[in-house]
Design a binder for this molecule. Structure first.
Ligand SMILES: Cc1ncc(COP(=O)(O)O)c(C=O)c1O
Length: 396
């Protein structure tokens, strides 16, 4: 059976050139980047190069990059680090209802310590309303954290407009207000330029852009005060102490460099495949709805609700046919929990249970899409027949 991987928003394959770049640092070049001898210096140089590569992809300065273990740590460091550093100025955070748990649960943690959190709602298409953000800002707001691209539906959020609001308030004297964006699903997929966006902090993760899991970074604009989340040595200028994971950092740097070079080609390729997939679904499967504003979304994610399909069987049946994708409802502790993102869009629970996310990468082919469509058509038709749903009638 051919395997078709359409779950690239969950994680991506490591690029062969990335493996090649990191390999020497897993074998001969094992020095500690803080050691002053010849072996340590090799690692130090490699970390410095990776810092330039990451900075270059997002238009930052190299000393504005803090390496971390991934998107989750980067998000936590940004939200909690800024909130704590500016606690004497206020304890209010603005975020959105469709953030990744790495941000939402960081906010929950702060709430348990006395902060108040406003999660702004989104439109039916899954886009944050800038006016809602404006109305939620208070004099004691220190952090606004809104994601750049949503991981489930692929919508692009109006970060530059939100940054303009933040600038307005700063111009009026609210210097403790900061804007963080989780750009984990944006980096390497669409142009990300921290200056053009006007953000103070930005999170990215290696394994979403063809580096291994366990590598990530936080952009911290020069001059932004941030409290550390862990304590130890002087690495990352004390913001994220701990001996640098040189192979992972090298891998992240290499992946960022490749992503920068191939950004346009990757987007064009995945857009063509995504459009083919969506057109095929529309033509061949009745009673479907596409989630996420089509005018404001990335090229590589499609999120589709298949009406009248018992959700549990859908993902498993596709998996049995070799097609890997993700569902809008995750099984946790034996019960099926609907995605908080699809709930925030106002999609009803039955629809959510029949929702799938397909996410593409450069390595996907037209054959992948056509075979996935065949599998989908068969699986959905069988599931609907088994549950006694007349597909022709539902086609309406
Ligand atoms: C939008 C977003 N933020 C944060 C994360 C967490 O990143 P990591 O898996 O590197 O911890 C993910 C991963 O799924 C994500 O999609």
């Amino acid at each position: 059976m051919r395997r078709i991987y359409l779950d690239n928003a969950a994680t991506t394959a490591v690029h062969p050139a990335v493996v090649e770049a990191m390999l020497p640092y897993l074998t001969d070049l094992y020095g500690n980047a803080s050691s002053i001898h010849w072996l340590g210096q090799q690692s130090k140089k490699a970390v410095a190069k990776a810092r330039r590569q990451v900075a270059s992809l997002i238009g930052a300065d190299e000393n504005e990059i803090v390496f971390a273990s991934g998107g989750t740590e980067s998000d936590n460091l940004a939200v909690i680090g800024v909130a704590e550093a500016w606690a004497e100025k206020g304890r209010h955070i603005v975020t959105s209802s469709i953030e990744h748990p790495a941000v939402l649960k960081a906010c929950k943690h702060l709430e348990s310590l006395g902060w108040s959190v406003t999660a702004v709602p989104v439109s039916r298409g899954g886009v944050v309303d800038v006016e809602e953000v404006r109305m939620s800002l208070r004099d004691d707001t220190t952090v606004v954290s809104i994601m750049f691209v949503n991981n489930e539906i692929g919508t692009v959020q109006p970060i530059a407009e939100i940054a303009a609001l933040v600038r307005e308030r700063r111009a009026a004297g609210q210097n403790h207000l900061h804007l963080h964006t989780d750009a984990v699903q944006a980096t390497g997929k669409i142009p990300v330029d921290v200056r053009a966006l006007g953000v103070d902090l930005l999170s990215l993760s290696g394994h979403k852009l063809h580096a291994p899991k366990g590598a990530g970074a936080l952009f911290v604009r020069k001059g932004v005060r941030l409290a550390a989340r862990q304590f130890g040595g002087h690495q990352e200028r004390g913001r994220r102490p701990g001996t640098e994971s040189v192979p992972m950092i090298v891998a992240l740097g290499a992946a960022c460099e490749i992503a920068g070079e191939r950004l346009a080609e990757r987007a064009e390729h995945t857009r063509a495949l995504r459009d083919r997939l969506e057109a095929g679904i529309r033509e061949r499967i009745p009673n479907v709805a596409f989630n996420g504003d089509p005018d404001s979304r990335v090229a590589h994610i499609a999120n589709v609700s298949f009406g009248d399909v018992p959700g549990e069987g859908l993902l498993i049946s596709l998996d049995l046919k070799g097609v890997a994708c993700a569902t809008g409802a995750a099984c946790s502790s034996g019960s099926v929990e609907p995605s908080h993102v699809l709930v925030a869009l106002g999609i009803d629970r039955d629809q959510i249970h029949g929702s799938l996310r397909f996410s593409l990468a450069e390595s996907n082919t037209v054959e992948d899409i056509d075979e996935a469509l065949d599998a989908l058509e068969q699986v959905i038709s069988r599931l609907r027949t088994e549950s006694g749903i007349d597909t022709a009638a539902s086609a309406g």
